[in-house]
Design a protein around this ligand. Structure first.
Ligand code: ZN
Length: 75
C-alpha cells in the first residue's frame, strides 16, 4: 500500500497516510492526527525527490598555443 505525505493547513503538521490507489482516486480526505482538521493538502515529495547533479563546476583550462607565456602548461 503506498504512502502519501499530507500537511495540515491548520497546524502545519506533516503526517503519512496509507491508502490504496482506489481510495486515492475516490478522493482522499485524511484527517490530521493532531488537531483532527480535514483541511489538509498532499505533499508531492515522496518518491519524486530528485537530486540536482549540475552543481559541479566545469573548469576551463587555459589553452597553450605557440604564443603561450611563461607559466603555461607548467613551463
Ligand atoms: Zn492539524
Amino acid at each position: 500500500m503506498p504512502l502519501y505525505d499530507y500537511q495540515c493547513k491548520q497546524c502545519q503538521a506533516v503526517f503519512e497516510v496509507r491508502a490504496t490507489f482506489k481510495e486515492k482516486e475516490a478522493g482522499l480526505k485524511p484527517e490530521c492526527p493532531h488537531c483532527q482538521s480535514k483541511k489538509t493538502r498532499q505533499l508531492l515529495t515522496s518518491g519524486l525527490f530528485l537530486r540536482k547533479s549540475d552543481d559541479s563546476t566545469t573548469l576551463t583550462l587555459p589553452a597553450c598555443g605557440p604564443n603561450a607565456g611563461p607559466g603555461c602548461c607548467g613551463g
